[in-house]
Design a protein around this ligand. Structure first.
Ligand code: NAD
Ligand code: WQD
Length: 340
């Protein structure tokens, strides 16, 4: 299959591209590099032993997308988007424009060229504060921030398009908390500035790049008072995208959770990372972060049923792989190239 990977230079996209190439797919990466580096493409090619084509572009540029799609693309995997909840609260229009306008532009380009298969990166953020755990796909969708709203609106847009054009199939993948890196340590999450997510932050503390971790709240009604989440290995996510492409033609339009079905507290993540890295992770408890929920983990059974997918890696492996990447590239891709 020839696959257009929008946002393929990013964290989850780059790992998925490696898997797609390893499985013999023809890959075109389309990325504005707003949150990534071109250097990742060299690593994707080296790890997979194949060559992805890279196109530098913004998904809001419909003409550029049409030109790429018309080169014989069979399916699109759409990772391109902004993803930081806090930033979206400060700049909602930037998020609406990049994510929603960008997705409309992509859907229009796909429709005009006649490419009708889409795998879309959604997020557990669409569930907001859930009524209970585990969270299944039929749980209430109640977003609490502009980023989550963009995901919900994009899911709805794609759903409406599928209804209007029964030839269109889409799999909407709601990721829980992606973590870890490729086992080689050559690609991983290249956080620009201070990471907003727990695992990359803990990795930087373990590496001595930051003094300590602030743990947002120790008074949640959880087993140790800290927030509980479903961390999912990025290579497991990559495999799910492969399986989604395989399942595409028989499913129509469907949303599904990608998680392990198991929750870990912040303190459990810190302890697992200390074991994996051999370094201490100093921390202090601070106030709860606005908008955080006490606990969220997935019911991943639909993905198993429909895609034949289930997570293979646990928290230990996520921490080991995240540490290998962190230790080898303390300052991400750009600095590594500058030093080399
Ligand atoms: P990322 O920022 O590493 O990757 C996103 C990529 O999209 C980047 O390479 C960026 O340059 C590119 N991009 C952004 N806007 C673009 C545009 N207008 N045109 C072209 N390229 C553009 O993020 P990620 O962690 O790999 O996330 C991938 C997708 O998964 C995102 O849509 C994100 O919302 C979603 N998601 C991520 C998480 C997470 O915690 N990482 C969880 C759930 C869902
Ligand atoms: C995990 C736990 C924090 C950082 C977000 C998005 C979600 C998805 C994944 C995109 C929580 C605690 C964190 C820190 C801490 N992204 N924490 N100190 O908030 O579950 O989900 O990323 O779609 O939509 O909302 O992930 O990694 O930020 O936090 O104590 O410095 O770690 O309070 O309990 P979250 P996270």
């Amino acid at each position: 299959m020839k696959v257009l990977v929008c946002g393929g230079a990013g964290y989850i996209g780059s790992h998925t591209c490696v898997r797609l190439l390893e499985h013999g797919h023809d890959v075109v990466i389309f990325d504005s590099l707003v949150n990534s580096s071109m250097h990742v493409v060299e690593h994707i090619n080296e790890l997979s032993g194949a060559r992805a084509r890279f196109v530098h572009g913004d998904i809001r540029d419909e003409a550029a997308l049409k030109a790429v799609l018309a080169s014989g693309v069979d399916a699109v995997v759409h990772f391109a988007g902004l993803k930081v909840v806090g930033e979206s609260l400060e700049q909602p229009l930037y998020y609406f424009d990049n994510n929603i306008v960008g997705t409309i532009s992509l859907l229009r380009a796909m429709q005009s060229v006649g490419v009708k298969r889409l795998v879309f990166s959604s997020s557990a953020n669409v569930y907001g504060n859930p009524d209970g755990v585990p969270i299944a796909e039929d749980a209430a969708l109640r977003v609490t921030n502009p980023y989550g709203r963009t995901k919900l609106v994009m899911e709805q847009l794609i759903g409406e398009l599928c209804k209007a054009d029964p030839g269109f199939s889409a799999i909407l993948l709601r990721y829980f908390n992606p973590a870890g890196a490729h086992p080689s340590g050559q690609i991983g999450e290249d956080a620009h500035g201070a990471p907003s997510n727990l695992v990359p932050y803990v990795a930087q503390v373990a590496a001595g790049l930051r003094d300590h971790l602030q743990i947002f709240g120790n008074d949640y009604p959880t087993r140790d008072g800290t927030g509980v989440r479903d961390y999912i290995h990025v290579m497991d996510l990559a495999d799910a995208h492969m399986k989604a492409l395989d399942a595409m033609d028989r499913v129509g339009c469907i949303a599904m959770n990608l998680g392990t079905g198991r929750g870990y507290s912040v303190l459990e993540v810190v302890a697992a990372f200390e074991r994996a890295s051999g370094h201490t992770v100093p921390y202090e408890f601070v106030e709860r972060r606005a908008g955080d929920v006490a606990e969220a983990w997935a019911d991943p059974s639909l993905a198993q049923q429909v895609l034949g997918w289930r997570a293979q890696h646990g928290l230990r492996r996520m921490c080991e792989d995240a540490w290998r990447w962190q230790a080898a590239h303390p300052h991400g891709y750009e600095r590594m190239i500058a030093v080399a």
